[in-house]
Design a protein around this ligand. Structure first.
Ligand SMILES: NC(=O)c1ccc[n+]([C@@H]2O[C@H](COP(=O)([O-])OP(=O)(O)OC[C@H]3O[C@@H](n4cnc5c(N)ncnc54)[C@H](OP(=O)(O)O)[C@@H]3O)[C@@H](O)[C@H]2O)c1
Length: 333
C-alpha cells in the first residue's frame, strides 16, 4: 500500500479526496491536516468520513509517506515551505492550487505582475493534465493539478488546435461555475444570501488568474468570462470558436478521435449538449459540438465538468495513480 498525506483536508477538495482515497485499494492515508479543526477528528467535521485525527501542518509526519496532496487556498504562505520539505524528503507532491501551473517564471511575472515565490519549483513542476502530459506526469515529483475552469477550455479546444482546424486564434470562453469552486472559507461573494436566486459575472476579459494556463496549453488567445451560478457544484463553459471555413461537423468531430481511449472524456452524440447534471458527482468531462454557421467556420462548444472531481480531487488521484505507477483509473471508476 502507498501512504499519502493531505494538507488542507477540511476544505471542499480535501473532503472529496478523502472520500476517494478511503476506498482506494492501493492507498492508505498517513495524515490529514487542518487549520481551525486541528486536534479534532475528520469525522467531527464531516460525520460520514473516517475517524482520522486532524493535525496542524507542522505536526504532519512525512516518515514513510510516498506522496502528499496540497489542498491549501490560493496564496497560503505555508504552501512553498511544505512543498520544499516534502520534495527534500523524497515525497512526491500533487498541488491543487494554481501556484505551479505556468511553465516559466517570466510568464508568471508578466501575467500576475509579481515575481514567482519559487521559480525553481515552477521549473520542476509538470502540468497535471493526464490527457496531454501523461508520460511526463508518470516521471514527475511535483505535479500542478489543472484548474477547474481551464479544464473545460483546454480539453475541448486542444483536439481542434492539434488538427489545425482553428482559423481565428482569439476564442471566447464563457464559463459558469457553482459556488464550491471558491472553496469552503467564508466570503461575502459566495455566501448564500449573495448567490441564491441571482447570477453574476466576475473578473471578465483577461483578468482571471486561470487564463494563463488556458493560453499556455492551447496556444490560443482567450477572452474569458467567468460567472457564479447559484448551484453548489459543476462548471459549464460555452466556447465560441471559428474554424476553417466550410469545416464540416464530421471533420470537426473527427478531431476528437484523439480522445477515443480517454476514460473520462465523453464527446456527446451529434445534436446533444451537456448539462451540469450529466457530470455532477462523476469524473467525466462532457463535450458537445454545435455548428452555428459551418460555411463561416463558426461553432459553439459546450463543456461541463464537476469542478471538485475531474476538476480537482478526482484528477489529483488520477495524477497520483500515474506518479505511483498504479493503473490510472484505480479508485475512480
Ligand atoms: N474548490 C474547487 O472547485 C477547486 C477546484 C480546483 C482547484 N482548487 C484549488 O484547490 C485548493 C483547495 O481548494 P478548496 O476549495 O478545497 O479550499 P478550501 O475549501 O478553502 O479548503 C482549504 C483547506 O486548507 C486549510 N487552510 C486554509 N488556510 C490555511 C493555511 N494558511 N495553512 C494551512 N492550512 C490552511 C483549510 O483549513 P480551515 O478550514 O481550518 O481554514 C482547509 O482545510 C485551492 O488552491 C483551490 O484554488 C479548488
Amino acid at each position: 500500500m502507498a501512504r499519502v498525506g493531505i494538507y488542507g483536508a477540511t476544505g471542499y477538495t480535501g473532503f472529496e479526496l478523502i472520500k476517494i482515497l478511503a476506498r482506494h485499494p492501493e492507498v492508505e492515508i498517513a495524515f490529514a491536516t487542518a487549520r481551525s479543526a486541528a486536534g479534532q477528528l475528520l469525522s467531527d467535521v464531516f460525520p460520514t468520513l473516517i475517524d482520522l485525527p486532524l493535525v496542524g501542518v507542522e505536526e504532519a509526519d512525512l516518515s514513510g509517506v510516498d506522496l502528499v496532496f496540497t489542498c491549501l487556498p490560493h496564496g497560503a504562505p505555508e504552501l512553498i515551505p511544505l512543498v520544499r520539505q516534502a520534495l527534500e524528503r523524497g515525497v512526491k507532491v500533487v498541488d491543487l492550487s494554481d501556484t505551479f501551473r505556468l511553465v516559466n517564471a517570466e510568464d508568471y511575472q508578466r501575467r500576475r505582475g509579481r515575481e514567482h515565490p519559487a521559480p525553481d519549483l515552477l521549473t520542476a513542476a509538470v502540468y497535471g493534465l493526464p490527457e496531454l502530459h501523461r508520460e511526463r506526469i508518470r516521471a514527475a515529483r511535483l505535479v500542478a493539478n489543472t484548474g477547474c475552469y481551464p479544464l473545460t477550455a483546454i480539453l475541448p479546444l486542444w483536439p481542434l488546435v492539434r488538427a489545425g482546424l482553428i482559423a481565428d486564434q482569439t476564442v471566447i470562453v464563457d464559463s459558469k461555475s457553482g459556488v464550491s469552486g471558491a472553496g469552503r472559507s467564508l466570503s461575502l461573494r459566495t455566501h448564500f444570501g449573495e448567490t441564491h436566486e441571482t447570477f453574476s459575472a466576475y473578473n471578465v476579459g483577461r483578468a482571471h488568474r486561470h487564463l494563463g494556463e488556458m493560453e499556455q496549453e492551447t496556444g490560443l488567445h482567450i477572452i474569458f468570462a467567468p460567472h457564479l451560478l447559484p448551484v453548489f457544484r459543476g462548471i459549464l463553459s460555452t466556447i465560441y470558436v471559428t474554424l476553417r471555413p466550410h469545416t464540416s461537423l464530421a471533420e470537426a468531430r473527427a478531431a476528437y478521435a484523439v480522445f477515443a481511449d480517454e476514460p473520462f472524456i465523453k464527446l456527446l452524440p451529434e445534436g446533444r449538449l451537456p448539462e451540469l447534471r450529466h457530470v455532477q458527482q462523476t469524473m467525466y468531462l462532457a463535450i458537445g459540438l454545435q455548428p452555428v454557421e459551418p460555411e463561416m467556420g463558426r461553432y459553439i462548444i459546450v463543456a461541463t465538468v464537476d469542478n471538485l472531481l475531474k476538476g480537482a480531487s478526482g484528477q489529483a488521484v488520477q495524477n497520483m495513480n500515474l506518479m505511483l505507477g498504479l493503473p490510472e483509473t484505480l479508485g475512480l471508476m
